[in-house]
Ligand binder design. Sequence first.
Ligand code: GDP
Length: 425
Amino acid sequence: MAGTAVVGANWGDEGKGKITDYLAGSSDVVVRFQGGSNAGHTVVSEYGKFALHLLPSGVFHQGVTNVLGPGVAVDIDEFLKELAELVDRGVPSPEVLVSERAQVVLPYHRMLDEYEEERLGARQFGSTRSGIAPFYSDKFAKTGVQLATLFDERLLRERVGYALEIKNVLLKHLYGKQPISEDSLVDRLLAAARAIRPFVTDTTAFLREALSSGKEVLLEGQLGTLRDPDHGIYPYSTSSSTLAGYACTGAGVPPNAIHEIVAVVKAYSSAVGEGPFVTELAGEQAEELRGRGGSDGEYGAKTGRPRRVGWFDAVATRYGCAVQGATCVALTNLDVLGYLAEIPVCVAYDVDGRGLTEFPTTPLLARAKPVLDRLPGWLCDVSDARRFQDLPAQARDYVAFVERVAGAPVQYVSVGPHRDQTVVR
Ligand code: GDP
């Protein structure tokens, strides 16, 4: 059995899509295990640049089976739209399976997400308004709808009718909107069920069989450690666990199937959405880093929002890798830092005059100020490097610094968004 989890060690947007696509070249199966269409995994493949939202990042490799596990929030319209878009843009139709146990994002999840952010106004969480928080709330409150239920009209009507008793009160009385009719919702869901049916199967049995026959299985996470609901910057977290520890549950494989945990770490920090962000830059420094970051500047792959950017945060990354249980690190966006003569890195937090090196809880984090050190920059373009020795000494030293922080070997260094801009050590 050989399962490898590819997970974010920071706030998300580390480049998991690029690393998963790279590793998918030598894998048989790629599984998304949590989150939904609020993700934005950017992959630059031979077919062009794509921002994948719900589909696993193995879809550009023929011969790879892509799975949406039971832990994923399946928005059927978005799923079908994304798949059609890939094929329209010339990607050979990928093999995709969707767990019959996964639950469905319902139209009122999107509505409630949007109306709640509107209601909160200045206090909003920065949700992508894809319905993810209401979806997971319903899942754990046992008012959700599993995909399998869509194929049993009587049961579907019963589930939806029960949920609408609550949702319509909220829609009408909290948000002042029109209630939803049970008949029109059920009709819409039955049509969606017909469209997604060819993809729906028992993926847990499929993965058990794949693992026992020695297939390589990648488990692709969404967002990163610091957005985990238990271990992240609650309440500025996402609504499902972003950790390798959850990958087995969300994908439907046993814990002992996961042998490698690749923590994806970004060479600087970036975050979308609200919440404390200790190394955040403002003004010209932020503009410069944002403009140079990622494949086309640091703008959200889902929303196009400018991402908040800051220097590398050793406190957050050490914690991020430890909580993931990193067995190795993929360090991305190293090329982006080539414009700096000296690279500031945050080595500790100052909280009320005390130096902290352990990542604190949200109330302390909000008062933390970065303690910065400076590492020598390399002042050149490293995006053509393909071997570790091609990197200048200062860049190799930066990698060694990240490795000490992460407590795990940096096995992959990404020097650009393209698949081949990857240095394997
Ligand atoms: P994900 O959600 O973790 O997959 O990350 P995103 O796709 O949201 O954001 C990562 C951004 O960085 C995307 O624009 C990628 O194309 C880009 N990217 C990934 N690795 C590298 C790299 O090594 N260098 C540069 N310049 N861009 C990268």
